[in-house]
Design a protein around this ligand. Sequence first.
Ligand code: HEC
Length: 113
Amino acid sequence: MLGSADPEAGGALFRRQCAVCHSVNEGGRNGVGPNLYDVVGKPHGHLENFNYSAALKAHQGPWNYDELDRWLANPQGYAPGTRMGFVGLKDPKDRANVIAYLRSLSANPVPLP
Ligand code: HEC
């Protein structure tokens, strides 16, 4: 799915549905949600200067593609009690596109699976 994903469509979706809470520029300011520059492959709760919920911090390990997919499908199901007030993306293609977009926000994008 990620191989055929469209990061530009993911960027457009991101600007409509995610950018209200998240900046994506390098070193960008946190909003309601944390800045998401270079988040793919980083630990859950990857920023020191953002006050994450215990629900999110309870998840160990890096944000790999599978974890991001499950998180974006259903944030409350993935991390019950999370502060991310977002209903989720039902369409797997939307999730693949937005994950491909997040991956592109990096000087050294994580290899595709
Ligand atoms: C209403 C505001 C809001 C919207 C809309 C939103 N988020 Fe979030 N997001 C948050 C908050 C708040 C957190 C921190 C959650 C916590 O600590 O429980 C978060 C956390 C995250 C994280 C984990 C970051 C980390 O450092 O571990 C990712 C990835 C993420 N959001 C992606 C997205 C994407 C992609 C979208 C759009 C499809 C989106 N978010 C929409 C508020 C939002």
